[in-house]
Design a protein around this ligand. Structure first.
Ligand SMILES: NC(=O)c1ccc[n+]([C@@H]2O[C@H](COP(=O)([O-])OP(=O)(O)OC[C@H]3O[C@@H](n4cnc5c(N)ncnc54)[C@H](OP(=O)(O)O)[C@@H]3O)[C@@H](O)[C@H]2O)c1
Length: 315
């Protein structure tokens, strides 16, 4: 039997329950994994909170878009984007559904090798944030010489955006709570506190101007500050403002209404993200780990914004 996490109703983390299922054998083009780590992302919480709809027919709803684990069975014609997959391979699987489980069956096209040097929690929490960061930087053509403002830079996506923007040679101004500033400085960013007076604080740190603004929060403050600083709206992007972002003419990215989903770009980013993380150039900062049975606690921590890094389930 396999243990899975599911949302049995719409609401808060109390909606989450464990269930036992029979794991099917992998079919054509599929592989089975023993899950060693599954990343927790805010979208997992939004999906059963009711903020993205509350269709009773979609319940119970399984959760989790990314996992790392060991291959236990390989279906016919199951070849990954990086080549053949064999039992015993240590892999990263993204994008998938239902990653919160101790075993999963996933499409082979979602599976790439895990670098041996990368730990399980880091591998399980790398891809959603990493691929989103690559999408943001590619959509706004961030390059050496750019000065990039990142709103909400201390979260999982923000820590990836900072590191990948620095690797491209950009200067990064990063908004976060003061308690997170030291961590951002360590990654090479220049932190400023968000809240009243943000525009003036950014202008004081970057008097020569900002070329690119990336919004990971979706607040009105982030949108207005970005529009005030960056004249070229093709170089302002948000992954969280699906309400006023499109009308403002900025790029809205991800799965929301009117957004560029970027699925191919994100999938294509996986091997390079794994390589960088494996060699230690890209650090996945894990803030907390939980057992599957503690998933409600994990979601409360993410919803409260207190994780100080990536939250990962370790089945
Ligand atoms: N569209 C897409 O494709 C896509 C993909 C991934 C994520 N997302 C969305 O992007 C958002 C960020 O994801 P994440 O994984 O980075 O979340 P996360 O790890 O939970 O981080 C959220 C961060 O937001 C910061 N924050 C809270 N209020 C803020 C404010 N008013 N101004 C600036 N920062 C603020 C917190 O920082 P402090 O502790 O410093 O306050 C916290 O570190 C979520 O809404 C998520 O659903 C969208």
């Amino acid at each position: 039997m396999t243990t899975i996490v599911q949302a049995a109703s719409y609401g808060g983390p109390e909606s989450l329950t464990l269930a036992q299922i029979d794991l099917p054998a992998p079919g054509p083009g599929e592989v089975a994994l023993d899950v060693r780590a599954a990343g927790v992302n805010p979208i997992d919480i939004k999906l059963y909170s009711g903020m993205m709809g509350a269709d009773p027919a979609a319940l119970p709803r399984r959760l989790g878009l990314e996992a790392a684990g060991v291959v236990t069975a390989v279906g016919p014609d199951a070849v990954g984007p990086e080549g053949p997959i064999a039992v015993g391979d240590e892999v990263i699987a993204f994008p998938i559904g239902g990653a919160y489980a101790d075993q999963v069956v996933v499409p082979a096209r979602a599976v790439i090798p895990k670098p041996a040097a990368l730990g399980w929690p880091e591998a399980g929490g790398l891809m959603v944030t990493g691929a989103t960061a690559v999408h943001l930087l590619t959509a706004t053509s961030v390059d050496a010489g750019d000065t990039v403002l990142v709103h909400g830079a201390s979260g999982g996506v923000g820590l990836m955006v900072i590191q990948l923007a620095k690797l491209r040679g950009a200067r990064v101004i990063a908004t976060a709570s003061p308690r997170r500033h030291e961590a951002l400085i360590a990654l090479g960013a220049e932190p400023v506190a968000y809240g009243d007076g943000l525009l003036e604080r950014v202008q004081a740190v970057a008097p020569d101007g900002i070329n690119v603004a990336l919004d990971l929060i979706g607040s009105q403050e982030a949108l207005e500050t970005s529009l005030a600083l960056v004249a070229d709206r093709t170089r302002i992007a948000s992954i969280a403002n699906f309400s006023s972002g499109p009308a403002a003419g900025i790029k809205v990215l991800g799965g929301g209404p009117g957004a560029d989903p970027g699925d191919e770009l994100r999938a294509a980013a996986r091997p390079e993200l794994a390589r960088l993380a494996g060699e230690g150039t890209l650090v996945v900062s894990v803030g907390a780990t939980f057992a599957l049975a503690e998933v409600a606690e994990a979601h409360r921590l993410v919803a409260a914004g207190g994780a100080n890094g990536k939250v990962v389930l370790l089945p």
